[in-house]
Design a protein around this ligand. Structure first.
Ligand code: CUO
Length: 652
């Protein structure tokens, strides 16, 4: 088959200027002349999916090009998923690319991008392929309308330009102080990729189950919520207040972002009351679904569609609960528990025009790419997170036996290097945001945005293994607040639900003393920056021309917090926090041998593709459960905490 470089080149070319016709003669040729039905043996389903899609196409039922696309729109999602289905059934790379070229030229661009990204994440054929950065493939969903507008003008006047992108809003709005986080293009990419890894519509028809998907939904979003709160704390803002269906949505929002086709994203004024979205979501239903979910938590079981009871009073309960709350196709009773979270996204996305009077497009909440821009995102997810907490608090605190690791003593933790953050300029290309002009070719247009970063640091841990044999161990690292924004001290029981998961890694302990050094760049909660689309294209084209390979293994995951956001911003005068480290027994973890040797992976919030989630313990262990008596922790030799200070350098 084709080399990795050739495959990556195919993908680059298909996504280059995806709103325009294909710019590459060979692919254009395929798009014009390929007959998807000519060789049905190239599909593992005998061509069923492709025949279905062609029927829709011939009957003119598919969404036209140059129209907005939202995954939350049922029909648009169906269409994207038929194409995804075609990709999933292609037996060869060539069949995949031929179909991609063919349908790229005939289907809606948003549907095409969604289908091909989802397929690259989930097919074996896509293994190793780097997903070109979404903020450069579909810049409209990441950059504000002001810079996009400037890019258009630059293209028209043939003057290359670099445009400073400001965060949305004005200084009058206190929420503005944390806009750098909600609008971070890397964070948005993490969020959208997480939802590609764990799609709510995934139903196992492709032969594999997404392990602990419901629990991962809880954990990845819990971490987004926590991180946002610590950014707020860094900026002297209170933790997020959850929203309620029967109370006004305090913060309005003007997204200053526009669809490539279809105008501005709608705004929402301050203090709007939740209003039914005609034909889609009723507020009353949200309240009913939620009370059923809370009943399930109180009762300790979920009622499945067939009337049977699914126990949730154990460590697996969170997984079932995540499935019904999100809700995903894994929900055991969609009818009864509804789709609380997904419908909330639609509800919040439409509050600017709930009756459809002004025919506005879906709001930012209806796209994973744009959702975190809206402060209501964090209020919704705080609300959802509190439901999860209500469940976790029904479980008994961990016993000493569950917490300890016999014969293992964590002697010392030392943070090497100051924990310092700063803002830096980051440039990304807007080439894909403007129309290709064959007459006068391309001008370079890009946006420059401020983004948070931190200095590299190391965590040094000394562990004594008093056992006579080697031990497989997991090291869990959390960064927790010591106070709320008013300076009120938080007990461990209060703080534990607000801890950032910094890292989690596997290691082998030899008998005697073990010195472990872990670099901040290795954190398994994070991913490195993806190369820019331009440099990805250049590296790959060069390799293809020379007949060599490129090595991009480091970048084949887009799911994970950007490494530069590993630390919260902190304060200029220093924000005191607590670093909690635990070392626990990994004997039961299926993959421990592999993980001990492996390079950094972003598995903590994203799992490992096609495998069981590597950690057999609940996500967030041991801080996910009530801590009624902190002395139990202190009596265990395998946990330790230390005070640290996160300092922000420079004024922004
Ligand atoms: Cu990720 Cu609400 O689940 O946005």
């Amino acid at each position: 088959g084709p080399s990795f470089a050739q495959r990556q080149q195919d993908i680059n070319r298909l996504l280059y200027k995806v709103d325009d016709i294909l710019q590459f003669a060979e692919l254009k040729e395929v798009a014009d002349n390929f007959d998807p039905e000519a060789d049905l043996s190239s599909y593992s389903d005998g061509g069923e999916a492709v025949k279905h899609l062609l029927t829709e196409l011939r009957d003119h039922r598919l969404l036209k090009k140059h129209h907005w696309f939202s995954l939350f729109n049922k029909r648009q999602r169906e269409e994207a998923l038929i194409l995804f289905d075609v990709f999933m059934h292609c037996k060869t790379w060539q069949a995949t690319i031929n179909n991609a070229a063919f349908f790229r030229e005939r289907m809606n661009e948003g549907e095409f991008v969604y289908a091909i990204y989802a397929a690259l994440v989930h097919t074996d054929l896509g293994r190793g392929i780097v997903l070109p950065p979404l903020y450069e493939v579909t810049p409209h969903l990441f950059a504000n309308s002001e810079v996009i507008h400037k890019a258009y003008t630059a293209q028209m006047t043939r003057t290359p330009g670099k445009f400073q992108m400001e965060f949305t809003g004005s200084k009058k709005n206190p929420e503005q102080r944390v806009a750098y986080f909600g609008e971070d293009i890397g964070l948005n990419t993490h969020h959208v990729t997480w939802h590609l890894d764990f799609p709510f519509w995934w139903d196992d028809i492709y032969g594999y189950h997404l392990d602990r998907k419901g629990e991962l939904f809880f954990w990845a979003h819990h971490q987004l919520t926590v991180r946002f709160d610590i950014e707020r704390l860094s900026n002297h803002l209170n933790f997020v207040d959850e929203l309620y269906w029967d109370k006004p949505i305090r913060e309005g929002f003007a997204p200053h972002t526009a669809y490539r086709y279809g105008g501005e994203f709608p705004a929402r004024p301050d203090n709007v009351e939740f209003t039914d979205v005609t034909g889609l979501v009723r507020v009353r239903d949200m309240i009913i679904y939620e009370s059923r979910i809370r009943d399930a938590i109180a009762l300790g079981y979920i009622t499945a569609a067939d009337g049977s009871h699914i126990n949730i009073r154990d460590e697996h309960g969170i997984d079932h609960l995540g499935n019904i709350i999100e809700s995903s196709a894994y929900s055991p009773n969609l009818e009864y528990y509804g789709a609380l979270h997904n419908e909330a996204h639609i509800l919040l996305g439409r509050q600017g025009d709930p009756k459809g009077k002004f025919k506005l497009q879906p709001g930012v909440m209806e796209h994973f790419e744009t959702a975190t821009r809206d402060p209501a995102f964090f209020r919704l997810h705080k609300h959802i997170d509190n439901i999860f907490k209500e469940h976790k608090d029904t479980l008994p605190p961990y016993t000493k036996e569950q917490l300890e690791f016999t014969g293992v003593v964590l002697d010392e933790i030392v943070v090497n290097g100051p924990l310092e953050t700063y803002f830096e300029d980051f440039e990304f290309s807007l080439i894909n945001a403007v129309d290709h002009n064959p007459e006068f070719g391309e001008v370079d247009v890009s946006a420059v945005v401020k983004r948070l970063n931190h200095k590299p640091f190391n965590l040094n841990i000394e562990i004594t293994n008093e056992n006579v044999d080697n031990k497989h161990a997991v090291v869990r690292v959390y960064l927790c607040p010591t106070t709320d924004a008013n300076g009120v001290e938080l007990s461990l029981e209060k703080a534990r639900w607000n801890c950032i998961e910094l890292d989690k890694f596997w290691t082998k302990l030899i008998p005697g003393s073990n010195s472990i050094s872990r670099a901040s760049s290795e954190a398994s909660t994070t991913v490195p920056d993806t190369p820019s689309f331009k440099s990805l294209i250049a590296a790959v084209d060069e390799a293809v021309d020379a007949g060599t390979e490129v090595h991009l293994e480091e970048f084949d995951r887009g799911c994970g917090i950007p490494n530069r956001l590993l630390l919260p911003k902190g304060r200029e005068e220093g924000l005191g926090m607590i670093l909690i480290v635990g070392v626990t027994d990994a004997e039961e973890d299926a993959l421990h041998e592999v993980l001990e040797d492996a390079e950094a992976h972003s598995h903590a919030q994203c799992g490992v593709h096609g495998e069981k989630y590597p950690d057999h313990l609940p996500m967030g262990f041991p801080l996910d459960r009530r801590i009624d008596d902190p002395r139990i922790f202190m009596s265990c030799t395998n946990y330790k905490k230390t005070h640290v200070t996160v300092t922000h350098i420079g004024n922004f």
